[in-house]
Ligand binder design. Structure first.
Ligand SMILES: Nc1ncnc2c1ncn2[C@@H]1O[C@H](COP(=O)(O)OP(=O)(O)OP(=O)(O)O)[C@@H](O)[C@H]1O
Ligand SMILES: [Mg+2]
Length: 274
């Protein structure tokens, strides 16, 4: 099954006005030169990207763009994920993910608790920072995730999954071949184990946050990932992640008991046997 975004052709896009360097209005209504993506200016300035090719998806918390990478990156394309600013976004009810996290700066802590403007911005900044840190940590550990390149302001730049015409589809929209289903299931389960070994649980894992590209899977969207050493909801989140995937793979006849898998992983995690 092809998702809608798979059908997006570059020819459909209005190149001149949308994506090339052009003039736009700044906050003071002055005409300034720029690329029309203030959140991406740092990436342009550092030569990491040269052009925004197309919007991949505007989700609940962020918009992701396919960009042409600059020579500094040494690849053809890059994905830019721009988080929404607080007035435009609907924060995930994040209490269960935040438990066990420590905010050391007292001013920030007070502001976040009181939900002041600064506090909400700091809160957003924490989420972006968490996602980038989680990606870096997991990528270094060999996890199947996009390679993180850079974070600046409210955006993250990372490896692009897809090509100049199409983004990789989410697993939810993919029809797997019968013979690839079981190995891909085991591949993702091994990844969950690897993350746990590095003290992370994704905590929003589902076929919507797994991308399928050239026969391989890569997991995305890590801002809410939790540390099982400190978060009291960790086991439940782990079991929920595994259940979501078992449900998807059951349609391919992959029989797996999510509770058994989660309990087994959790026992080995607690006994430092991962
Ligand atoms: N590295 C990438 N390469 C290609 N496409 C990507 C990449 N990262 C994200 N996407 C696309 O952008 C979409 C949104 O990304 P992500 O899930 O990280 O953000 P989100 O705001 O949490 O979105 P949602 O609310 O849909 O979960 C993904 O479903 C995927 O289609
Ligand atoms: Mg997502």
């Amino acid at each position: 099954m092809a998702s809608k975004k798979l059908k997006l052709d570059l020819e459909d896009l209005d190149y001149e006005t949308k994506f090339s360097k052009h003039r736009f209005q700044n906050d003071e209504d002055e005409e300034v030169a720029g690329f029309g993506y203030p959140e991406l200016e740092t990436f342009f300035a550092e030569g990491l990207i040269t052009e925004v090719l197309y919007e991949v998806k505007s989700g609940k918390e962020a918009t992701v763009y396919c960009c042409r990478a600059g020579s500094a990156l040494g690849v053809e394309l890059a994905a830019a994920k721009i988080y929404r600013h607080q007035q435009h976004r609907n924060f995930k009810n994040d209490t269960i993910y935040q438990e066990g996290r420590v905010i050391l700066n007292q001013r920030t802590l007070r502001a976040v608790k009181n939900k002041t403007g600064f506090g909400r911005e700091a809160h957003l900044g924490m989420w972006i920072g968490y996602e980038f840190e989680h990606l870096k940590q997991l990528y270094a550990a060999g996890a199947a995730i996009p390679k993180p390149y850079r974070q600046a302001d409210s955006a993250i730049l990372m490896e692009y999954l897809g090509d100049a015409r199409h983004a990789a589809p989410i697993l939810h929209n993919v029809e797997l071949e019968p013979e690839e289903a079981r190995p891909l299931f085991e591949f993702v389960m091994n990844n969950i184990e690897l993350w746990l070994k590095h003290n992370l649980i994704h905590a929003d894992l589902s076929p919507f946050n797994v991308l399928y590209w050239e026969g391989k899977l890569r997991v995305i969207d890590f801002p809410q990932a939790v540390d099982p050493r400190f978060n009291p909801n960790a086991y439940d989140l782990l079991e929920r992640d595994i259940s979501n995937l078992c449900r998807y793979w059951s349609r391919y006849g992959v029989q797996a008991d999510p509770e058994r898998i989660a309990k087994n992983l959790w026992r080995r995690f607690q006994n430092s046997q991962l």
